[in-house]
Design a binder for this molecule. Structure first.
Ligand code: ADP
Ligand code: MG
Length: 338
């Protein structure tokens, strides 16, 4: 009888004894210890730091691995190369990319105006940064999105990383009722974790990968609300700005990696800082500056509008025009504002 096994990253057939069971070991299950120079202890360190599979290693920089696993840079380069080789990370044809894009799911925001702004909703495989002043509706959108993810895919899970203690199960219930859904079931589709500082927040993001690969949860949406608050509070003063940006960059790239690898949507919120010395244009800038802006696939700027409305403006998108729409937050939904 023939048996299919994985050899050098591809499926191959070999002759085996009649009674043996056919075993297909997908690429993702290749172990870290299969890499040259990675023993059990190093594998454990890497795993503990969020580099638990080959793809994470393949897209890491040597410096990162030196830092988390205490290996030499030469070894780090060697294992990154081996991981890349085993994953066949070459160029993809446009056709392959189109097929990949066909797997993208659009999650509604629960608001027609915002969906229109975003070309149909929030896509999986992308990071959305929503920035705006306090009370502009960033957290409300996060809640509504979590409810809509449940509506779209009742089997799917939302991971909500809450850094400001603003997650409210009651709001989830209200939005669920507003959308005609079972509020308890909607709540059950959400896993909330409070992040107490920036390191904890980064660790929680790393855990998302484990929830998917080790606990088989079908995570389709990750909300980080707020992305930057801890970073802003902990790194005060210009002296530590570079370090803050470096950590934020690492955090964002991890989020980008899980968005791409697991085809899930990432929604992060960001506050704006007042710049009282700026007289022209918008006197506010998003925290984290270009680092957050570059890592985000889509950026939406929120501000308060007339008569209690909120204005959402798409400011950065690979394929959509810049425009703005208005909506209003109500008890059970986000309504278009005419
Ligand atoms: P932030 O941008 O700081 O995250 P939020 O998303 O928390 O802001 O928005 C808070 C605003 O949302 C409130 O000021 C209020 O206008 C609106 N809001 C919150 N809960 C409700 C509710 N149950 N009914 C109507 N509006 C609400
Ligand atoms: Mg908020």
């Amino acid at each position: 009888m023939k048996k299919i096994v994985v050899m050098n990253g591809s499926l191959e057939e070999t002759e085996v004894e009649e009674a043996e069971v056919v075993e297909i070991k997908p690429e993702g299950e290749l172990k870290l210890v299969d890499l040259p120079g990675v023993g059990a202890a190093t594998a454990e360190k890497l795993d503990g730091a969020g580099y638990g599979d080959l793809i994470s290693i393949a897209v890491a920089s040597p410096g990162e691995l030196v830092e988390v696993a205490g290996m030499t840079e030469v070894t780090a380069r060697k294992i990154i190369k081996a991981a890349r080789d085993s994953l066949n990370m070459g160029f993809q044809t446009g056709e392959e990319l189109l097929v990949k894009r066909q797997n993208i799911v659009k999650i509604s925001s629960g608001c027609n105006a915002i969906d229109t702004l975003l070309g149909g909703g929030y896509e999986t495989g992308a990071i959305y940064e929503c920035f705006g002043e306090f009370g502009s509706g960033k957290t409300q959108i996060g809640h509504s999105l979590a409810v809509q993810q449940f509506k779209k895919n009742p089997e799917g899970i939302t991971v909500y990383i809450d850094t400001e203690n603003t997650f409210r199960p009651e709001r989830i219930e209200q939005f669920a009722v507003g959308a005609g859904l079972d509020p308890t079931a909607a709540l059950r589709s959400i896993r909330v974790a409070r992040a107490f500082n920036s390191d904890h927040q980064m660790l929680l993001a790393e855990k998302v990968d484990e929830l998917i690969t080790k606990q088989n949860l079908k995570v389709k949406l990750v909300v980080v609300d707020s992305l930057t608050a801890h970073f802003r509070a902990e790194f005060v003063g210009r002296g530590t700005l570079a370090e803050r940006q470096q950590k934020l960059n690492k955090h964002l790239h991890l989020l980008l990696r899980i968005a791409d690898k697991h085809n899930l949507c990432v929604y992060v919120t960001n506050q704006v800082m007042s710049k009282p010395d700026q007289f022209f244009g918008d006197p506010t800038t998003a925290i984290g500056g270009h680092i957050v802006a570059h890592a985000s696939t889509y950026r939406v700027y929120l501000r308060k509008g007339k008569k209690g409305s909120r204005v959402a403006k798409l400011v950065d998108s690979p394929s959509l025009p810049e425009q703005e729409v208005a909506f209003i937050v109500t008890q059970g939904s986000l309504l278009d504002f005419a």
